[in-house]
Design a protein around this ligand. Structure first.
Ligand SMILES: C[S@@+](CC[C@H](N)C(=O)[O-])C[C@H]1O[C@@H](n2cnc3c(N)ncnc32)[C@H](O)[C@@H]1O
Length: 282
């Protein structure tokens, strides 16, 4: 079978399975399996596929027909223009979370060196994106999932940031000593009862502990608020992601521990996505 034929067939199968971006997804999956760029796939429709490539591609298309996201099938996700490995242990990083990186970088001049903490680090995307922009800064990523910690470490190595980024297992701030100049966190914030109603790409593939915020979506924020207040340097900033519709409640919880709201930022869709906090006595 040629590349063109394989793409046409896969596009039809994906569309029949209800996958919206069938043509694009087919192209991305074929590019990954054939070790080509997504644009090269379009340039060589007459090229024959090796039988083993065709079989592997069919396997990928089967998985996408079952609503597994392309990023999970190929095991990679671009975030802040950096390439991250993802696994079943990690959240698939969302472009919306880039708002946290922007907000964090805007709070500080590049120098002097800063110490950063990322609570619930997953792939390490937030911490590593910030460190990639600030060569003198160092940081620690904490995750309760040991497998996610290993992914964060591997991503730090691939991005050549392992010398400045340390990943370790932990329960939010427990056992950590501050102060940290910058604390980042994108905690789980989906109310438990809403998880079954999410798109299958999310509910069936993102790890439950990366999504589930308890009955009202606020469980993790309740745990994080005192930890952030304790670990934040007097003139430091915390930048945390906001669950949709939860901004007021989260700001109230955080400020009850002696933190002050500095800024709230919206993502590209106009949703309040990110809260910037300082210390009242900072
Ligand atoms: C929404 S995901 C965010 C991952 C990553 N920071 C990102 O933005 O893609 C939340 C992360 O918090 C971790 N987590 C959940 N409960 C935790 C806890 N008690 N202590 C530390 N990490 C926790 C999950 O394992 C998950 O990796």
């Amino acid at each position: 079978m040629t590349i063109g034929e394989a793409l046409a067939l896969a596009t039809r199968r994906l569309a029949a399975a209800g996958i919206e971006a069938a043509r694009l997804d087919a192209r991305l999956l074929l590019a990954s399996v054939a070790g080509m760029s997504a644009s090269a796939v379009l340039l060589e429709p007459e090229r024959a596929l090796a039988p083993e490539t065709e079989a592997a591609f069919n396997g990928f298309v089967d998985r996408r027909c079952r609503c597994e996201p392309v990023s999970r099938i190929v095991g990679r996700r671009e975030f802040w223009s950096l390439d991250f490995a993802i696994t079943l242990a990690t959240l698939d990083p969302r472009p919306d979370s880039e708002a946290l990186v922007e907000a964090a970088l805007a709070q500080f001049a590049p120098e002097p060196p800063r110490r950063v903490l990322d609570l619930g680090s997953g792939t390490g995307c937030l911490l590593l994106a910030v460190l990639s922009e600030r060569p003198s800064w160092t940081g620690i990523g904490i995750d309760i999932a040991e497998d996610a910690v290993a992914v964060g470490r591997a991503n730090a190595r691939t991005l050549d940031l392992a010398g400045r980024a340390h990943f370790q297992n932990g329960d939010w701030g427990q056992g950590l000593s501050g102060p940290f100049d910058l604390i980042l966190s994108n905690p789980p914030y989906i109310p438990s009862r809403e998880i079954p109603g999410l798109a299958p790409e999310v509910s069936a593939y993102d790890p439950r502990r990366a999504l589930d915020g308890g009955e009202d979506g606020l469980d993790a924020y309740r745990a994080l608020a005192p930890a952030i207040a304790r670990l934040l340097a007097p003139k430091g900033f915390a930048v945390i992601e906001l669950g949709k519709g939860l901004a007021e409640e989260i700001a109230r919880l955080m400020c009850a521990t002696g933190l002050t709201e500095i800024d709230r930022r919206r993502d590209l869709a106009g949703v309040e996505r990110c809260l910037v906090l300082g210390k009242s006595d900072g």
